[in-house]
Design a protein around this ligand. Structure first.
Ligand SMILES: Nc1ncnc2c1ncn2[C@@H]1O[C@H](COP(=O)(O)OP(=O)(O)O)[C@@H](O)[C@H]1O
Ligand SMILES: [Mg+2]
Length: 648
């Protein structure tokens, strides 16, 4: 084991402190420095105690946060506790040079510090870690044998590393199969771990990029662990995050109906259910069971629609980088500005982007996505701009980096991107006109693409609660007793309560109702006519066919929405959410049929109309004065969470 000097550790701690703009050295910075010594004793000790150094580091950073104040401060002062620790290090070292081990022991002895609390929250036994550290010898590490991995599916080296780390205390594991059904790039594996003489229960391993894994874990801890009933996929252990891999993994309990060896999610199961049955699962097994912890724990708030919904739409702009730096660009754009929902920027305009954060990197496509901040929180992902045609330069960018300044030329606006998506649906109407002329039974609908910016710019009164954030049918599983279980908490957050229900309605439309709809635009218009009747609360009971049957599931969702409207009977709050979430579906080219996307587009048109009608029918009543005037604006709860280099 290479020996590091205390001085080297101190300078790592200073770097850590500087990047949080702290300008002092506390125990937390020292401990993070220890976890950054790749082949260090601390990491070996922590790992052998079942703790993940990278995860500890991440969690400490979450606790200490970034100081907004970026002014220069000469020198780094030791906090009193850090000073005490250094005195102890000297004492332990005696006549020798102080070592990494001396520092680790001194920190472990000091008690109630942030790193200690973070590790205790992970279930660590600090006394045991201390004993392991003081007895540690260089040979200890090689005593942990590799786990034998038998697999029925191909695994990459990085995926193997994650499994090695996750199951290090087992003799062998068998990767039985892989699950499909998710819409992200995550890999889901069913794994059976074995100890020498017995097999243990199968688990589901979710492997994804480190950042996604860390976010899912953090959101699970914050919003799921203590709030939801037992019918929730349980996260087992802390995430596995090998230092030398870009991937990480989470371990969940496997959920499957009794008697079956396959999990069933509602999107693949919905076909065999009647609309009434599906509706009753949604109402009884989802809403009634989880509302108490989530949707019903809510507060009123006023919000700009863009804060909750802009991130689900295509980027506000698509630009190419410009090699020449103009002294002045046509537009200087900052994150969270109003530019992203106004029609003032044209194709060919030059723009300067200031202080945008790298949110996504797609090397295969040579594109980069920059946004207001970093992470999956809605507001962080607003002000989205796609930078295209990057070729070789792409390796200069890293997730979470804040780019001070960048010049580009506008290639497409969001409206044009949406237009192109609708063009792919071969619309029999003029998509650049203001109105869409449907069959007589439906009449004229507004072109939703011409309303996007206006909708985003509106302010609404609503409820703020914990929401699932991705409540579609494939994230609801049928459990052993035929009950419904929620999974996939990567986007769980505090947000607009109706976001979940509009998401679920779009999911039901795309995966249950569209397949039952007769083909082509004509069939789609037929379903739209029924939806219009539902919006207007007319009975469709006399029109029995597979579509009307499935629409009973929507009625259940609408009943739930009715209970969660901020202003009773002011349905525009919901229709605006529905219009924007339905438009998101236009981009699901690879997973969603053309007819399903046609249905979503017209659903958006219908929703824009319904929002309008809901409001005009209430003109003159007190509702138009728009609720909660005196309530505090909750926007301050949405501080941007820029965790620049949380992941290195
Ligand atoms: N704990 C689990 N038990 C059984 N099946 C699961 C479990 N977790 C995920 N799956 C299956 O894998 C699919 C994808 O998992 P999910 O966590 O939703 O990942 P993604 O983020 O890719 O959507 C799910 O739709 C479901 O079919
Ligand atoms: Mg999912």
């Amino acid at each position: 084991m290479p020996t590091v000097t205390l001085h080297e550790i101190e300078s790592l701690a200073e770097q850590e402190s500087a990047r949080h703009h702290h300008y002092y050295i506390g125990v937390e910075h020292l401990f993070i420095a220890l976890t950054k010594l790749e082949n260090g004793l601390s990491n070996a000790v922590l790992e052998s105690c079942g703790l993940e150094p990278r995860f500890i580091r991440y969690s400490i950073r979450q606790v200490i946060g970034v100081n907004e104040d970026r002014r220069y401060w000469p020198g780094f002062k030791l906090t009193p506790r850090a000073r005490k620790i250094f005195e102890k290090v000297q004492y332990y070292a005696g006549i020798h040079n102080p070592s990494e081990r001396d520092l680790l022991l001194a920190i472990l002895d000091e008690g109630d510090s942030i790193p200690i609390r973070v590790m205790q929250e992970m279930g660590a036994d600090i006394e045991y870690i201390r004993r392991t550290a003081s007895n540690w010898s260089t040979r200890s590490k090689s005593e942990v044998p590799a786990v034998t991995i038998q697999s029925n599916v191909p695994l990459s080296d990085d995926e193997r590393k994650v499994l090695q780390r996750m199951f290090r205390n087992y003799q062998r594991i068998e990767v039985e199969r892989q699950l499909s059904g998710g819409y992200t790039a995550a890999r889901l594996l069913v794994v059976r771990p074995y100890q020498p003489h017995r097999a243990e229960a199968r688990v589901v391993v979710k492997i994804d990029t480190r950042s996604n894994i860390l976010y899912e874990k953090r959101h699970y801890d914050a919003y799921v662990k203590d709030t939801l009933p037992p019918t929730t996929a349980r996260l087992l252990d802390n995430p596995a995050l090998p230092e030398d891999s870009l991937l990480g993994g989470l371990k969940y309990t496997l959920i499957q109906p009794s008697g079956s060896s396959d999990p069933i999610d509602l999107s693949s199961h919905a076909d065999s259910l009647s609309g009434i049955e599906l509706g009753s699962i949604i109402q009884t097994n989802i809403y009634d069971v989880y509302a108490e912890g989530w949707w019903s724990q809510r507060q009123r708030y006023r919000f700009g629609v863009w804060r909750e919904y802009e991130h689900i739409l295509p980027p506000a702009l698509e630009i190419t980088l410009s090699s020449s730096q103009y002294p002045v660009a046509d537009h200087v754009l900052e994150p969270l500005g109003t530019w992203s929902r106004r029609n003032t920027i044209q194709v060919g305009d030059t723009v300067e982007l200031r202080h945008f954060t790298v949110q996504k990197i797609r090397p295969e496509q040579n594109t980069l996505q920059v946004t207001a901040g970093y992470g999956p929180e809605a507001v962080n992902r607003t002000s989205k701009i796609e930078i295209i045609g990057l070729e070789g330069e792409i390796s200069n960018y890293h997730l979470g980096d804040v780019i001070e300044s960048l010049f580009g030329i506008v290639q497409r606006t969001r409206e044009q991107i949406l237009h192109a998506q609708v063009e792919q649906l071969s619309p029999p109407f003029d998509i650049s006109a203001d109105s869409i002329y449907g069959p007589e039974s439906v009449g004229t609908l507004p072109n939703p693409l011409h309303h996007v910016n206006h909708l985003l710019d509106r302010r609404l009164s609503g409820y703020l609660s914990i929401i699932h954030g991705d409540l579609h049918l494939a994230n609801i599983l049928i459990g052993p007793a035929g009950d419904a279980w929620l999974i996939d908490f990567g986007l769980t957050r505090e947000g607009h309560t109706l976001f979940d229900w509009a998401t679920l309605e779009v999911s039901v439309l795309a995966t249950v109702i569209a397949p039952r709809t007769p083909n082509g635009w004509e069939g789609v218009w037929g379903t739209i006519r029924l939806l219009k009747m539902i919006n207007q609360n007319q009975s469709i009971a006399h029109l029995r066919n597979p579509v009307t049957d499935a629409l009973d599931a929507l009625r259940a969702i609408r009943e739930i929405v009715g209970k969660n409207l901020a202003r009773p009977n002011l349905w525009s709050e919901y229709y605006i959410a529905l219009a924007l979430l339905a438009l998101r579906g236009l981009s699901w080219e690879t997973t969603t049929s053309i007819d399903a996307r046609r249905l979503l587009f017209l659903t958006a048109a219908l929703a824009v109309q319904a929002a309008d009608e809901a409001e005009s029918s209430l003109i003159g009543s007190d509702v138009t004065r728009d609720g909660f005037g005196s309530q505090i604006d909750k926007l301050s709860a949405y501080d941007i969470d820029i965790s620049e280099e949380d992941l290195d």
